[in-house]
Write a protein that binds this ligand. Structure first.
Ligand code: HEC
Length: 154
């Protein structure tokens, strides 16, 4: 009886696994865009503060950094091979021929957000926080310049 239950569980898990593997490209595309939009919404006000276009608020920076930290690692797998098309996307086809470089650019961004968070936790002053924000911004821009198209393609 117990063995049978185990076998059923294994089959169920196998099925779950294959469902994941068969996630439709359009779902992956929408997912990565949704996460990137959350990242952008959190980062927008902060980069304005770093550029002195908006008054500095440590509360907002702390809150938005937590959001970014939580989501910035979620969507990179949604650029896996097979997700080149399937829904309108601004992802440049170069991503899939330069995947190592793209992943390195993603890692840089994740690390920069980590450094921002450490700066805050370490009690960094406004100047230090703004500088860490600027570093994050460079990683966004760097990757967008290289791998994000201006117009969505199908
Ligand atoms: C490693 C590359 C990379 C990094 C790093 C990166 N992005 Fe992106 N971003 C992209 C790509 C590619 C797209 C387009 C995705 C698509 O349409 O499928 C995108 C899309 C976006 C969008 C949606 C824009 C639109 O036109 O719908 C926003 C907002 C955004 N990124 C913000 C950010 C912010 C803020 C950062 C830095 C914290 C960041 N991104 C870091 C590659 C990157």
């Amino acid at each position: 009886m117990k063995l049978r239950t185990l076998a059923i569980a294994a089959v169920a898990m196998g099925l779950a696994g294959s469902t994941l593997a068969q996630m439709k490209p359009e779902d992956e595309i929408r997912y990565r865009q949704s996460v990137m939009n959350v990242v952008g919404r959190a980062f927008g006000p902060m980069i304005q503060m770093a550029q002195d276009k908006r008054p500095y608020s440590r509360d907002i920076v702390e809150k938005n950094t937590r959001v970014m930290e939580t989501v910035i690692g979620l969507h990179w797998d949604s650029f896996a091979p097979g997700t080149e098309k399937g829904a309108p996307t601004k992802a440049d086809m170069k991503i899939w021929s330069e995947m190592d470089k793209f992943k390195a650019a993603a890692d840089k961004s994740v690390k920069a957000v980590g450094t921002l968070s450490e700066t805050l936790k370490g009690g960094g002053d406004e100047k230090a926080v703004k500088s860490a924000l600027g570093e994050v911004g460079k990683t966004c821009k760097g990757c967008h310049d290289d791998y994000r198209l201006k117009e969505a393609r199908n």
